[in-house]
Design a protein around this ligand. Sequence first.
Ligand SMILES: NC(=O)c1ccc[n+]([C@@H]2O[C@H](COP(=O)([O-])OP(=O)(O)OC[C@H]3O[C@@H](n4cnc5c(N)ncnc54)[C@H](O)[C@@H]3O)[C@@H](O)[C@H]2O)c1
Length: 330
Amino acid sequence: MAAETKGKTFLLTGAHGFIGAWVTKRLLDAGARVVVFDLDADPRRLRLIMDEAEVARTKVVAGDVTDPKALPPVFEEFGVEHVIHLAGLQVPTCRADPRLGAMVNVVGTINVFEAARLSGGRVKRIVYASSAAVYGSGEDSRAVSERDEPQPSTHYGVFKRANEGGARVYYLEQGVSSVGLRPLTVYGVGRDFGITSDPTKAMKAAVLGRPFHIRFGGRTDFQYVADTADTFIRAAVSGLEGAHVFNLHGETVAVSDVVLEIERARPDARGLVTFEDAPLAIPSEFDDAAIRQALGRLPSTPLAEGVRATMERFTQLQSEGRLDASDLEQ
Ligand SMILES: NC(=O)c1ccc[n+]([C@@H]2O[C@H](COP(=O)([O-])OP(=O)(O)OC[C@H]3O[C@@H](n4cnc5c(N)ncnc54)[C@H](O)[C@@H]3O)[C@@H](O)[C@H]2O)c1
């Protein structure tokens, strides 16, 4: 991947968020230039996974994707070539304030595509975060593929689905290509908000020796964040034309198995992590044949390894007095 990324300029909206921090890290590791565009100027999640010298290599623009005038001058100033759009509000925020959710998640995405359209062809493709939430509950007896009809059951899922439609129109009418990726339960250091953040919070709680209750059970499609980040980058440099939407698939595991892995990594935490019986209202297994066909082999960190890496990093942060536990109170 380094050959396609080295020296190239990537603009990442939402780069101070969880997935954004990891995409930033992987891009910097691969020699890219990273322009962070985020409402939140605080790089606290970057600091959890990189050192100060690395964090200082990012160019930070504090801005709002809902502002139509904000992005075009940033694309121009930095000569942006690749765009990964991750800024967004999650399920609980969209539920509490659907108007704001639509502004950020839908209008914000339109503003990103508009900025690409105005770039005079320099930005050829937008890679954006859609979500497995475009599927409501439903089919769970087999892996869900892109041929299955999305029936979102949350405002958040509806907004993500609207973006997939908008992306298609931007290609048909303006020639802006795109790749929408649909992650489900992404885990790793920096995940701190939304119901699917509970497994990561449970890992943190175990490191701290505290009890934690995961608010869902059953099985879910679980993906380690470094793999998610690499897939976004692969899509950005892929050369794909058209408006593509792909499911992502990590490993479909029972929440009880996640708890077992946590206890294997920290035997002293046995019994501290419990979970609800009710599964998430999203199918638990996704078929990723389409993206593998388009992009080739994708990284796939086994559950045991991802859990161990996450808990090792939490342990290190704790030993440095930098393990923020405020998210465990939510
Ligand atoms: N984490 C997951 O498991 C998961 C699953 C499916 C989809 N997604 C999607 O992936 C994307 C990234 O997810 P995440 O977990 O990193 O989310 P996150 O909440 O950690 O990060 C989102 C970032 O967007 C920024 N942001 C919010 N409103 C903004 C605005 N108006 N202008 C500019 N920046 C703004 C926030 O400051 C934050 O840094 C989101 O679009 C999310 O919906 C995430």
